[in-house]
Design a protein around this ligand. Structure first.
Ligand code: NDP
Length: 478
C-alpha cells in the first residue's frame, strides 16, 4: 500500500517538531499540522515567555542589592507594555525559527487542525486529506479550570502572557509548578499576590525540606500564601455589592486598565474555604493541565485513552493502533519539554532508524523557577526512606552575595545517600540558579555516583554549590 507521506505529525510543539525533523533527516517524507503557532506550549505560552518573565521580575530587588554594594542607583518602575512588546517580538522570532527548521528539513507544514479519519488518514480543517504510513500525535496539553461556577472569569497561565495591563492584585489558585512560579513572577513585577493552596504545603511531591524553604522565601518576599485554603465561590466583583472596601483593590480606578466586568480576567469577588471574602483584580487558576486528546477521532479508531484523558502508549510511544504513536504531554508521562523531545527522538530511532529505543524516564532532573529556584533530581528524602535505609546530608545557609547586602535569604544543598550502596539517590537544591546547578549534579546522579565520588571532587570556591562536595557528616540517618 502506498501513502502520501511516511510520517504525519499532529502538533508543532517541542516533541512533534523534533520527531518530524529527525524522521525527515533519515530521508522519510514527513508532514506536520499545527492549528495554533509553531513552537507549542514551551515556546509560545510556557517555558520561554515564563523564563523571560522570571528574568524581568528579578530586577525589582537589584537596586537595593546594588546600593548595598556601593552603587549609586535608584529604584525604578516596571513598564509591562514595553516588556510585553519585546516578549512577543521574541516569540514571533522563535516561531519563525521553528518554521524554518521544519521547512529546511523538508517537512511540509500544514497550518490547519488535523483529525484522524482512519489508522492511516488525516483530514485537515483546510479541506485537505493526507495518508500516512505512521501518524504521531503530539498535541500537548492545556490548562484546566476547576469545576466551579464562574470559573470562566479566572485567567489561566496562557492568558498571563497576553495581558494588556498587569492587575494590581491577583489571587493564584494552586500550589504546583505554575502557581508558584507565577506567584514569584507577578510579585516581582509589583503585583500584590495572594495564593491559595488546598494542601498542607506547596509543591507536593518535592522534598519536604526544600518545599518548606521555598514557601518560607515566598512569604518573606511578600506573597500572601494561604495553605489548607481553597476557593469555594467566585463572581464578578461588580455584581457583588459592598465588598470593594474589604480588599484594597480599587475596582473603579482599575476600570480603564482591566478587562470589563464579566470578561475573563475581570475583578472577581471570592469566598474561600475559611469563610473569608475578598475582591481581587484578577484570579489565576494554576490548577493543573489536561492532555489534548479530544476531537482527534482517536477513540473511534481504538486508541486507548486513560482516566485523565491521556493517550495510553507503550515504552516505544506506540498506541493500541500500531500505525499511531503519541509523545509529550498528551501521553501525561512526565510533562516536561526535554522529555517530549527525548520521546520524539526515541520514536524516530524506533520507527525510522530501525533501532527500537524505549524512553528512559528515570532520574529526570527538573527545576521550579521560583525565587529562589528549586532544582531536583532523584528521590526525595521521604520517598528514599520508604525505599531503603538512607543518610541525609544537608546544609542551609545565607549565601555570600545576598548576606553581604544584609538579606536573610537562605539556600539549601541536600543529598540523599543509600546506606547500602553509598549511591546518591537524590539531590535537592534551593538557591538562586538552582536550575543551572542541578543540571550538572544530575549527570553525576545519573551515572550512579556515590557520596564518596562527590567527596573526592574538589570544591569550586567560593560558590554555593561547593557545599555539595564538602558535607562530611550526615544530619540524619533513617
Ligand atoms: P501541577 O499538577 O504541578 O499543580 C496543580 C496544582 O493545582 C496542585 O497544587 C493541585 O493541588 C492544585 N489543584 C488541582 N486541582 C485543583 C482544584 N480543583 N482546586 C484547587 N487546587 C487544585 O500543575 P501545573 O499546572 O502547575 O503544571 C503542569 C505541569 O507542567 C507540571 O506538573 C510540570 O510537569 C509542567 N511544568 C513544568 C515547569 C518547569 O519545568 N519549571 C513549569 C511549569 C509547568 P494538589 O497538589 O493538592 O493536587
Amino acid at each position: 500500500m502506498s501513502f502520501d507521506v511516511d510520517l504525519f505529525v499532529i502538533g508543532g510543539g517541542s516533541g512533534g517538531v523534533r520527531a518530524a525533523r529527525m524522521a525527515a533527516a533519515t530521508g522519510a517524507k514527513v508532514a506536520l499540522a499545527e492549528d495554533s503557532r509553531l513552537g507549542g506550549t514551551c515556546v509560545i505560552r510556557g517555558c520561554v515567555p515564563k523564563k523571560l518573565m522570571v528574568f524581568a521580575s528579578t530586577f525589582r530587588d537589584m537596586p537595593t542589592e546594588a546600593r548595598a554594594y556601593g552603587w549609586d542607583i535608584a529604584d525604578g518602575g516596571f513598564d509591562w507594555s514595553a516588556f510585553r512588546g519585546k516578549l512577543h517580538a521574541e516569540l514571533d522570532r522563535l516561531e519563525g525559527v521553528y518554521r524554518r527548521l521544519l521547512e529546511g528539513s523538508g517537512v511540509v507544514v500544514h497550518d490547519a487542525r488535523a483529525r484522524l479519519v482512519d489508522a492511516h488518514t488525516v483530514a485537515l480543517s483546510d479541506g485537505g486529506r493526507v495518508t500516512a504510513k505512521h501518524i504521531l500525535v503530539a498535541t500537548g496539553g492545556r490548562p484546566e479550570r476547576p469545576d466551579l461556577p464562574n470559573a470562566h472569569l479566572g485567567l489561566v497561565s496562557d492568558d498571563v502572557f497576553l495581558l494588556e495591563k498587569l492587575p494590581k492584585s491577583v489571587l493564584i489558585i494552586g500550589g504546583g509548578f505554575i502557581a508558584c512560579e507565577m506567584a514569584c513572577i507577578l510579585n516581582g513585577l509589583g503585583v500584590k499576590v495572594t495564593q491559595f493552596y488546598r494542601g498542607a504545603q506547596i509543591l507536593r511531591g518535592f522534598d519536604d525540606e526544600a518545599r518548606g524553604l521555598v514557601a518560607e522565601a515566598m512569604k518573606e518576599q511578600g506573597i500572601d500564601l494561604h495553605l489548607g485554603t481553597n476557593i469555594v465561590e467566585m463572581a464578578e466583583a461588580a455584581a457583588v455589592k459592598g465588598h470593594e472596601a474589604e480588599m484594597g483593590a480599587d475596582v473603579s480606578q482599575m476600570a480603564d486598565l482591566l478587562p470589563k466586568s464579566g470578561e475573563k480576567g475581570c475583578p472577581v469577588w471570592v469566598k474561600s474555604t475559611n469563610g473569608h471574602e475578598a475582591v481581587f483584580d484578577a484570579v489565576l487558576f494554576a490548577t493543573g493541565r489536561a492532555p489534548n486528546s479530544t476531537g482527534l477521532g482517536l477513540e473511534d479508531l481504538g486508541v486507548a485513552i486513560g482516566r485523565r484523558g491521556e493517550i495510553v502508549v507503550d515504552d516505544y510511544s506506540q498506541t493500541a493502533v500500531p500505525s499511531i504513536y503519541a509523545i509529550g504531554d498528551v501521553t501525561n508521562r512526565v510533562n516536561l519539554t526535554p522529555v517530549a523531545i527525548r520521546e520524539g527522538m526515541a520514536f524516530s530511532k524506533t520507527v525510522f532508524e530501525g533501532e527500537p529505543t524505549p524512553v528512559d524516564h528515570d532520574l529526570i532532573p527538573a527545576a521550579v523557577f521560583t525565587q529562589p529556584e528549586l532544582g531536583t533530581v532523584g528521590l526525595t528524602e521521604e520517598a528514599a526512606r520508604d525505599q531503603e535505609p538512607i543518610e541525609v546530608y544537608a546544609t542551609s545557609f545565607r549565601p555570600m552575595r545576598s548576606a553581604f547586602a544584609g538579606a536573610n535569604a537562605r539556600v539549601l544543598m541536600k543529598l540523599i545517600v543509600s546506606q547500602k550502596t553509598r549511591k546518591v539517590l537524590g539531590c535537592h537544591i534551593v538557591a538562586p540558579e538552582a536550575g543551572e546547578m542541578i543540571q550538572m549534579a544530575a549527570i553525576a546522579v545519573k551515572m550512579g555516583a556515590t557520596k564518596e565520588d562527590f567527596d573526592r571532587t574538589v570544591a569550586v570556591h567560593p560558590t554555593m554549590a561547593e557545599e555539595l562536595v564538602t558535607m562530611r557528616a550526615p544530619v540524619r540517618r533513617g
